[in-house]
Design a protein around this ligand. Structure first.
Ligand SMILES: [Zn+2]
Length: 171
């Protein structure tokens, strides 16, 4: 769903998109080529809709931190050894005061997770492949829908640039 300004807002279920279109609150920008039929009317199945009114987005929401999102950010790879990740590791263990925050969680494989235990990185010979950070750009979207349809990309570019400038710097 795009804002009246074409800024991408969120992903909504198809049914919700149709309701907004039928209520004349949004227009179909891109349809799937399929149609929904009821007794009296048929509606193209929307893939991208644009609101007729402008929604004010006060701040760019920080992506919700959950297991699925961490795996998406880290491409399902253990951030210590590159193996297939199966768990979430707190870089600074929670027992040592580590926060449950994007900057302190990484995807990890079971052996690395077990090997690290509640030690600090400096107390091990392990190394992170990159410093964990708050995901930017399209990660939240990929997490929401699993994968982004190719024809969405042209509508997402404004988001990518907006996210780069509007995401608050890491504390
Ligand atoms: Zn590993």
């Amino acid at each position: 769903m795009l804002n009246a300004s074409y800024e991408p807002l969120c992903v909504v279920p198809c049914r919700r998109a149709v309701v907004l279109v039928l209520a004349e609150k949004a227009d179909i920008v891109h349809d799937t080529g399929e149609e929904l039929h009821s007794e009296r009317l048929s509606v193209p199945v929307p893939s991208v809709i644009r609101l007729r009114y402008f929604v004010k987005v006060p701040y760019r929401r920080r992506a919700a931190l959950n297991r699925r999102a961490v795996f998406a950010r880290d491409h399902n790879r253990c951030q210590y050894c590159g193996a297939h990740a199966e768990s979430i590791d707190h870089v600074v263990p929670r027992s040592r005061g580590g926060e449950h925050a994007w900057e302190n969680v990484v995807a990890a494989c079971r052996p690395c997770n077990a090997h690290k235990r509640d030690r600090l990185l400096e107390e091990t010979s392990m190394r992170l492949s990159r410093r964990p950070s708050v995901p930017r750009e399209l990660t939240w979207l990929i997490v929401a829908v699993g994968q982004v349809p190719e024809h969405w990309e042209q509508y997402l570019r404004p988001l990518a640039s907006a996210a780069t400038t509007a995401t608050p710097a890491l504390a």
